[in-house]
Design a protein around this ligand. Sequence first.
Ligand code: SIN
Length: 490
Amino acid sequence: MSEQTSPQALAKLGAALIIEQALVDGRWISGSGEPIVVEDPSEETRLGQVPSLSGEEVETAIAAAARAFPDWAARKGKARGEILSRWAGLVTANEHGLAALISLENGKPWKEALGEVRYANSFITWFAGMAERMDGRAIESAKDDDLILAFREPVGPVAAITPWNFPAAMITRKVAAAFCAGCTVVLKPASATPFTALALGRLALEAGVPEGVFSVVTGANSQVGARLTGSKLIRKLSFTGSTEVGRQLAADCAPTLKRLSMELGGAAPLIVFEDADLDAAVEGAIAAKFRAAGQTCVCPNRLYVHQAVQEAFLERFTARVAGLKVGKPFEDGVEIGPLISAKGLDKVEGHIARTKASGGRVLTGGGRHRLGGRFFQPTVLAGGDDRLFAAEETFGPVAPVFGFLTEEEALSRANASEFGLAAYLFTRDLDRAMRAGRALEAGIIGVNTGVISNAANPFGGVKQSGYGREGSTYGVDDYLQVKSLTLALG
Ligand code: SIN
């Protein structure tokens, strides 16, 4: 199919994948609670509804995950990998529809949504390949008469709680790694974007994922989240979302001592040194900052540019940002969609107002877009107080730029944040790149690039941005535990 299909046809393709039921133990159920309405953020209209599952219905999904676990874990990795490969094939076969579905429920421009589907699928493919390469270790004992064998075994049934900003990729990054390891999964997608998760669930079933191995439960956090965190059967929680919610979930999981992976908030710095290739820095900053309309945890939240090149950078960067096309997701050439919610718009406006109050200037944008609704102008700010942006994610299309004079100053301001997810730096000096890259307190560093999201890259943070790694060969470790066998030698 052409990637130039009409907006109406794309919307129809996405809508055709909507399932208004939850997936529990291989069955589609309508749930007993008041359904949750899902909106199209670009039209601010009702897209559909999903069930609000009761605590008992969530328990059914958990019990199914526990029941299905021994058989799934006992299968050869190769067999699980084959199922993952079939899932990947089905995702590819449906990629235009899935992208349209993401655009409908998230508002992301369709081309960007298609990029997300491919990114999401790269995790399935990655872990499909890894599933038959799982190994343990033979360890030389400290004693003469025995041998130690260390096996890596799946941790057990897993709960995954995923955000709305990547309705597909955050799911596959967790679920494919869990399946690779031999874990079963109960997934709770964000209530704003549950349809992509449900569509992925259907394709997983079609690919041969056995009943109970993958449930997709929808509903209120108070019911669903609480059952997942409180359950003794669930042995691990993987969460992507805010630090505040992550802390609460970690506390809720403490009584049952679950393993945790926490991919939490960020306030990424992006540093442009005086010797940087400015065109690369501008393009890197655009790619990193304006992806998903600025609503990713790895978006640079503050740009530090050496004063010697600040004017030149700001001129080129502002011109590029002013030219970004804002619009509805299926319109041709659109680069920036709406924000997910009115609350998101308020936060963005608040950050701009506070920057102006601290002496900052608006170089382009600065307000709501003429399209109205949840659309906001791509914005560049210069000067003012950077501490706000080190402390709070803006989660919108706003790039605040600050000057600096020395490498030491740039690094110290970059690290003056409780968060540490991503960081970016631009320089032509390899020594400086290594030095600064190692000194930055973050889990994922981009050097001369704004694109760090990649199935092969260990993704995760330090400090209050959480712990655990997703994707890459490390990504499966979070779903495995080590068992040792000590063999007496005759
Ligand atoms: C996120 O914003 O949480 C994930 C971004 C990514 O995977 O690139």
